[in-house]
Design a protein around this ligand. Structure first.
Ligand SMILES: [Zn+2]
Length: 155
């Protein structure tokens, strides 16, 4: 299933991690409730800690996850369990703008970034903003975080 999310401005951490895992995630920044609901009505799941917004959205047929009282990590874990989320290698997203990432060659990457990181041969580019991604040393922490999120999923 192609899950898509709409995350309110209080939860930048959650939005960032949903994108890292490859889920199409719109991050709301200072948007009126009505506009938020409009955005969600194309089938996005609204993630918010605003009970008022949650209530209004639900009444208008939007699927809502209310994450009141949870810290960001707990909220992310809740979503992971609820929707059976995992790293989607075939659909990576830009953490900055939510654009789709496309695989590019080393030569192409070298045209944009000054220093090619040692030992890295796989690169991706955001189709929207052009940001180049690769899995360097920080990726170890990211994948550890994702597996800790998904470890207890089926337990
Ligand atoms: Zn981007």
């Amino acid at each position: 299933m192609n899950l898509r999310f709409l995350v309110d401005s209080m939860h930048g951490y959650v939005a960032k991690w949903l994108r890292i895992m490859g889920y199409d995630t719109v991050y709301l920044n200072h948007v009126e409730d009505n506009d938020a609901i409009k955005l969600a009505s194309d089938g996005r799941i609204l993630v918010t800690s605003d009970a008022e917004l949650a209530k209004t959205a639900e009444a208008r047929g939007v699927q809502v996850v209310l994450i009141k009282g949870l810290n960001e990590e707990e909220a992310l874990r809740l979503l992971t369990e609820k929707f059976d989320l995992s790293l989607r290698e075939d659909s990576l997203r830009c953490t900055v703008c939510n654009g789709e990432l496309e695989a590019i060659s080393l030569e192409e990457a070298a045209r944009t970034i000054e220093v090619i990181p040692k030992g890295i041969s796989k690169f991706w580019r955001c189709k929207e903003c052009g940001k180049i991604y690769w899995r360097g040393s920080h990726w170890k922490n990211i994948s550890r975080q994702i597996s800790s999120l998904t470890r207890f999923k089926h337990g």
